[in-house]
Design a protein around this ligand. Structure first.
Ligand SMILES: CC(C)(COP(=O)(O)OP(=O)(O)OC[C@H]1O[C@@H](n2cnc3c(N)ncnc32)[C@H](O)[C@@H]1OP(=O)(O)O)[C@@H](O)C(=O)NCCC(=O)NCCS
Length: 145
């Protein structure tokens, strides 16, 4: 059973472990800073007492939410954890009053792009050489009715 709940500081080591496994660029301190700034919109997924995924979102400006980072431990992917996390952050941001949610994803990350599209996000632009290794980012947006 998947439990979706708010991040707490003792989850930090799990989040960093997942981040190291799935992303090429790492900045553990960003997550602690994120929690200090946006504690209400940092959410984790727990299975059998283990944190297996997280999503961090925030309200970037009035009416506009952003997904800062979303990841699921490789051993727990493809069983609905990411989808549950994304639905939760959409719901949290919606409660803050956002009417659209924006995110960036590596243009080569076809799996994540398809995942976001399945959840209603549409590509609205490209940010050229957005990442440290010069890969482009796809800018995606979800309109909330
Ligand atoms: C993108 C990512 C977050 C998706 O997480 P996930 O837990 O695998 O997502 P889900 O299981 O909800 O959905 C993945 C697929 O599993 C399938 N699936 C969902 N629930 C399922 C279930 N109960 N049983 C079997 N398959 C299922 C869906 O068909 C879905 O397909 P889709 O990707 O075409 O939409 C994950 O792959 C990840 O962490 N990737 C690395 C980090 C990353 O790229 N993050 C996004 C960029 S910031």
């Amino acid at each position: 059973m998947i439990i979706i709940r708010k991040f707490k500081p003792s989850d930090f080591r799990w989040v960093i472990d997942i981040e190291r496994k799935v992303f090429d660029e790492h900045d553990p301190y960003l997550y602690m800073q994120f929690y200090e700034t946006y504690p209400e919109s940092f959410v984790v997924a727990e299975i059998n007492g283990f944190v297996v995924g997280y999503v961090a979102g925030f309200m970037a400006k009035e009416g506009v939410g952003r997904v800062f980072s979303l990841a699921v431990h490789p051993s727990y992917q493809n069983r609905g954890v990411g989808g549950n996390l994304l639905k939760e952050i959409i719901w949290v941001l919606q409660r803050f009053g956002v009417t659209e949610i924006i995110l960036e994803v590596r243009s080569g990350n076809i799996r994540a792009r398809r995942f976001y599209e399945r959840h209603g996000f549409r590509q609205i632009g490209i940010k050229e050489k957005y990442y440290n290794d010069a890969e482009n980012a796809c800018l995606m947006k979800l309109e909330i009715k």
